[in-house]
Ligand binder design. Structure first.
Ligand code: URP
Ligand code: ZN
Ligand code: ZN
Length: 463
């Protein structure tokens, strides 16, 4: 037997098991897992003694090459997927935006053109719906059939991205029929707008007022409303970028009632807080994203939520804008700061470090949060999200002892600052494989633009 590659002597970790085994790869797939697999004739043997072998990470919330806030996110599909691979994320689900008056198909085609020539990792899309007259409602099932089996709706940003409750309800009804998943940006946009206008009228223009004008209650109210609309329609719902305990409580209550309600949080809400705005001058703009940073005590509640399965996924909401010239668009008016922060590269290490290394949850729960549950919820499992015979050989050889201090000086994202500057993590990817190809090794990138494949996703089938 001659395998293309054998990963030898590692500790294989899935969402359920941890065991010593070799992993053999042929034609981009995992073909054997076992002790002492024959390696004499293998094209390549990668030694993984003392390391974990994880399934490649899946980040279901990124914004690459996205026009937003009067500018465009600074990572495109080449630089963004490359940074993701450095961090052990081998699959992304990005967002294709339907602008008002456009068909959903146009959104999909537009984002395919951005991604296909550039992506270095596999990718897929959710479709953001900003306008839902009957013609677009009727388009939803066709998109689902073509593998775009999830949609993001906004309850915030009135006049720009926000959908009214009637349209949201119609989208949930369509999803209930087709098996699509609705991803919800849950914040009460109408109330927030009133608070924002008042702050500006009072001369409160500094970056921190972005956070102070978006109360946790506005997130909790919209989360509860989204859950109610989904329940009435008989559909599941996935709450994106959940930031605070108030919203978490709404998710927990719904799940306790047995509803198919799921939620993600992001590393920024686990590691950063409103205190990050205590920096000189305009630098707080680096932390302007939505929902905003909260008081510090929310962090531990979110970690607990991850441990206890009240939260199911950690994504990044990677939405990078350079501080110079992009964030600076909002100098003198926080409402003009492009909303978003960079994080695609460090999700795996931040969650491993804070979760596993600090004893908050198990190795298996870590894999579940960053790879397996994202794959299951968004129609990629078992091709992605696990280590099993027949699955894609998207694998991360992870050194649990390696320490690293996150810095813009060393990261691979195309952005001039890091939200996590100076944070020390324990645990880093050493070697990353995408469909059997070594794409990161020894700190070097070995992939190429355009090698990433578009993934047609199946519909939601429960967890
Ligand atoms: O501030 C953020 N999160 N920007 C990206 C858009 C969104 O709402 O996810
Ligand atoms: Zn959002
Ligand atoms: Zn987002």
């Amino acid at each position: 037997m001659a395998f293309d590659t054998v990963i030898a002597n590692g500790t294989v970790v899935t969402a359920t098991d941890t065991y010593a085994a070799d992993v053999a790869i042929e034609a981009g797939k995992i073909v054997a897992i076992g002790r002492s697999l024959p390696r004499e004739n293998a094209g390549r043997v990668i030694e993984a003694g003392g390391k974990y072998v994880f399934p490649g990470g899946i980040d279901v919330h990124t914004h690459l090459d996205m026009p937003f806030g009067g500018t465009i996110t600074s990572d495109d599909f080449e630089t963004g997927t490359r940074a993701a691979l450095f961090g052990g994320t081998t699959t992304l689900i990005d967002f294709a935006i339907q602008y008002k008056g456009q068909s959903l198909r146009t959104a999909f085609d537009t984002w395919m053109q951005k991604a296909a020539p550039k992506a270095t990792s596999d990718y897929s899309f959710h479709c953001i719906i900003t306008d839902l007259p009957d013609a677009q409602l009727e388009e939803m099932p066709a998109l689902v059939r073509d593998g775009v089996s999830s949609f993001k709706l906004f309850m915030a940003y009135p006049g720009v991205l926000m959908l009214d409750d009637g349209s949201i309800f119609k989208a949930f009804r369509s999803a209930a029929q087709t098996g699509a998943m609705i991803c919800m940006h849950a914040e009460n946009g109408g109330a927030i707008d009133v608070i924002v206008k008042q702050a500006l009228a009072e001369g409160k223009t500094a970056p921190k007022y972005h956070a102070l004008t978006r109360p946790t209650t506005a997130e909790a109210e919209a989360t509860a409303r989204a859950i109610a609309l989904a329940e009435m329609a008989g559909a599941p719902v996935y709450i994106v970028h959940l930031s605070c305990n108030d919203a978490l409580e709404k998710v927990r209550e719904a799940r306790d009632r047995g509803l198919p309600v799921y939620a993600e949080t992001c590393p920024q809400y686990l590691y950063l807080s409103i205190e990050n705005f205590d920096v000189p001058g305009f630098e707080g703009a680096k932390y302007v994203f939505t929902p905003p940073l909260r008081e510090k005590w929310h962090q531990e509640k979110l970690w607990q939520g991850l441990r206890n399965d009240h939260l199911q996924v950690v994504s990044t909401d990677h939405c990078p804008f350079c501080y110079k010239e992009q964030k600076e668009l909002g100098m003198g008016d926080f409402t003009k700061i492009p909303n978003g922060g960079p994080g695609i590269e460090h999700r795996m290490s931040l969650v491993y470090s804070g979760g596993v290394a600090q004893g908050r949850f198990s190795l298996n729960r870590f894999v579940e949060l960053v790879a397996t549950t994202p794959a299951k919820l968004f129609g990629l499992y078992p091709r992605k999200g696990t280590i099993a015979v027949g699955s894609d050989a998207d694998l991360v050889i992870f050194d649990p002892k390696r320490q690293h201090t996150i810095s813009a000086k060393t990261h691979h994202m195309r952005v001039d600052y890091s939200m996590f500057e100076g944070i020390k993590v324990t645990g880093m990817p050493d070697v990353v494989l995408s469909r059997g190809r070594v794409v990161v090794e020894g700190g070097r990138f070995l992939g190429r633009a355009g090698q990433g494949e578009f993934l047609k996703r199946a519909t939601y089938a429960g967890l």
